[in-house]
Design a protein around this ligand. Sequence first.
Ligand SMILES: Nc1ncnc2c1ncn2[C@@H]1O[C@H](COP(=O)(O)OP(=O)(O)OP(=O)(O)O)[C@@H](O)[C@H]1O
Ligand SMILES: [Mg+2]
Length: 266
Amino acid sequence: MANDNHGPHGRLPEAFASDVQIENVSKSYRLPNGTDMLALDRFSLSVKAGEIVSLIGPSGCGKSTLLRTIAGLERPTTGKVSVAGKPIDGPSAARGFMFQDPSLFPWLNVRHNIQAGLVARGVLHGRRAEVEEFLNVVGLAPFAELHPHQLSGGMAQRAALARALINDPQVLLLDEPLGALDMFTRMRMQDEVLRLWRLRHVTMLLVTHDIDEAIYMSDRIVVMSPAPGRVERIITVPLDRPRHRNDARFFDLRAEILEELHFAGD
Ligand SMILES: Nc1ncnc2c1ncn2[C@@H]1O[C@H](COP(=O)(O)OP(=O)(O)OP(=O)(O)O)[C@@H](O)[C@H]1O
Ligand SMILES: [Mg+2]
């Protein structure tokens, strides 16, 4: 990966991508009636450092549960997750999480939202230039003083993306981050995420319901079974980057995946 963006003076520091090993992870939840509900069933996946892997599967199959487990917000019932060889034992800024709803702090303006993680870790002082750099990268420099209620959905998503990336995550966990956006904003945001991925070379796990998004973005697509979630199939996307949305092979791959999901139609 080209190192064209790094350095101490207002340039983005290098993030170190890490591999993610998910080994035989099962997760069951205790329901109010006392029974256990299995959300993930012996899920295993090995994600290479710097890889983008998409997860697709029916609602309720455990995609968010899996991302939360990798984030360290949930503990697996059995099995384990490790990042760069270290077992996960709780949340860490090294694993950025972008939720479907951008969940910005409503009382902070855009700049303060983006730098919130640096403030929390007491490192803002040395990194103010980077905050400005990130505001530029996501095109929000002119809007730095606005509060979340004054932003469009796409702007809020870009602020959330910058907020996740400024903490130098080794792994970025994206839970349908673009689901609420209109098609054009969504395509622009996909390019934005890919551009930042090229700059930072971060490892990404992306939950999406959009097959085109999965093909456009990822190196591999994991198709999950209905609940309890298992790996049903892993499809490698054999397209070079940058990709073209109207490439014939793109359509072939989409047809293949729809067939796999039994949505190809009669
Ligand atoms: N905290 C919880 N307590 C009890 N059950 C839960 C909890 N979180 C998730 N579940 C259950 O686990 C299953 C998987 O949920 P999860 O949110 O991981 O699905 P998902 O694949 O992300 O679905 P969607 O595509 O709708 O977002 C569901 O049946 C859900 O009800
Ligand atoms: Mg979910």
